[in-house]
Design a protein around this ligand. Structure first.
Ligand SMILES: [Zn+2]
Length: 70
C-alpha cells in the first residue's frame, strides 16, 4: 500500500516535528526510565487516510519518526 504525501513528509520530520493532521494516537505512550533521568517515551500513531503506522520516540539514539512499512 502506498503511503500518503503527509506520511511521506512525516517520515522526514525531526524530533520536534508535530504529527500531521490525519495521524491519530494508538494506545498510550510507553515510558522508559533510564539512568540519570534520561528516560524517553515512545508513542504509536496511525494515519487515518493511508493506514501507515509510525512510532515517535524521544530517545535521541532512535529516529524521531519511524515509519512501519506494512
Ligand atoms: Zn498517511
Amino acid at each position: 500500500m502506498k503511503i500518503c504525501k503527509l506520511c511521506e513528509e512525516q517520515s522526514e520530520k525531526a524530533r520536534n516535528g508535530k504529527p500531521h493532521e490525519s495521524l491519530t494516537k494508538v494506545d498510550g505512550a510507553r515510558i522508559f526510565k533510564g539512568h540519570n533521568k534520561r528516560g524517553f517515551e515512545e508513542q504509536d500513531y496511525q494515519c487515518l487516510s493511508c493506514k501507515a503506522k509510525f512510532t515517535h520516540s524521544t530517545n535521541k539514539n532512535d529516529l524521531a519518526w519511524t515509519l512501519w512499512q506494512g
